[in-house]
Design a protein around this ligand. Structure first.
Ligand code: ASP
Length: 349
């Protein structure tokens, strides 16, 4: 796809939330201290050569992303919503540890989104010589500002890391030590960054056909849980987990193509949980491939118990989608329906 940023100027808002990307070494003490992104042009003069105007919004409380909460997602979404008409695109600087959760959450929360929201971060602080943050930042800005025929090239929530652009709600942090730290096992890249940025137009979600105002959906995280099966999981333990007060939705991490034990107690417990109105989503523990509940008897029995197939969804997208659906106050049947179909390209049927 031919993108000609040269002749169309874009305006970008960078939303800085914290994480490694925002750290630099204090010359006096040697300690890592937050980097001031408001001086971005002085620090990275090459940004002036991009055809973009950049403003920076620093969140009042900078956090290590292991502290991120749904309230922080609401704050990020509110900044986008308040500035939506003023900017062509948004870049969210975020810690890498939970970036896939936040990108997934925002993909659901930002209803009617028609502009780019690009998450990025780094494994090495931006103020360290060998940082990966500089390239990630500059490329994320370029992608957030890219237009074709006046329209944004990537009008969805994406994640840029190490020269690859992913759909945000398809990502998973796969490495704590490598610079190439993210993967999208079940969905193709949205773009690959080489000498030029090669956009994979076929994989990018088009903007909604009818322009409607951006709406920020509420999330409800209180009654949501992830339960990972393992050989030997005990009945009493699982029963205790699934009897938690206020439980409304469970990501059930199963084996392979969505398989689980066929023991009588296990299936009875699943049935009872679903009958109590709890939404149970079947997600595979494998990195790639899909849940296929019709394939084996074990899957068929889960389906008969009212468990919903998560197909090839990631755990990050599954748990944040449950929070999104729980935030809508629907009846169990409507919840089931919403969980069973992709709403933001988070799984492939
Ligand atoms: N602990 C950091 C964070 O997620 C790690 C990073 O940014 O890479 O905020």
């Amino acid at each position: 796809m031919k993108v000609t940023p040269e002749n169309i100027r874009s305006s970008i808002l960078i939303i800085y939330t914290g994480g490694t990307i925002g750290m630099q070494t204090d010359a006096a003490t040697g300690a890592l201290v937050p980097f001031d992104f408001s001086g971005i042009y002085e620090e990275f003069p090459s940004l002036r050569r991009l055809n973009v105007d950049i403003d920076v919004h620093t969140m009042p409380q900078l956090i290590d992303s292991s502290n991120v909460r749904p309230e922080d997602w609401s704050d990020m979404a509110a900044v986008i919503s308040e500035n939506y008409d003023r900017y062509d695109g948004f870049v969210i600087l975020h810690g890498t540890d939970t970036m896939s959760y936040s990108a997934s959450a925002l993909s659901f929360m930002l209803e009617n989104l028609a502009k780019p929201v690009v998450f990025t971060g780094s494994q090495i602080p931006i103020g360290v010589l060998r940082t990966d943050g500089r390239e990630n930042l500059i490329t994320a800005i370029e992608i957030a500002g890219a237009k074709i025929d006046g329209r944004p090239v990537v009008p969805e929530v994406s994640l840029l890391f190490q020269n690859r652009l992913y759909r945000g709600n398809r990502t998973h942090k796969c490495s704590a030590g490598e610079l190439d730290a993210f993967r999208s096992y079940n969905y193709p890249l949205l773009a690959e960054v080489g000498v030029k940025i090669a956009y994979n137009t076929a994989a990018i979600a088009p903007a909604p056909p009818v322009v409607e105002p951006l709406r920020v959906a509420a999330m409800s995280s209180e009654g949501v849980a992830i339960v990972k099966l393992f050989p030997g999981i005990g009945e009493a333990t699982l029963r205790a987990m699934l009897s938690a007060e206020g439980l409304q939705g469970v990501v059930l991490e199963t084996y392979g193509a969505g398989n689980a034990p066929t023991s009588e107690w296990f299936l009875r417990l699943m049935r009872q949980t679903v009958e109590r109105g709890v939404t149970v989503l079947n997600v595979t523990q494998c990195d790639s491939g899909s849940v296929e509940m019709q394939l084996y008897e074990t899957g068929q029995q889960l389906r008969a118990a009212g468990v919903v197939s998560g197909y090839d969804i990631t755990t990050e997208a599954a748990v944040t989608k449950l929070m999104y659906v729980m935030g809508k106050n629907l009846t169990p049947n409507y919840r089931y329906e919403l969980m069973a179909r992709p709403v933001k390209g988070e799984f492939t049927l």
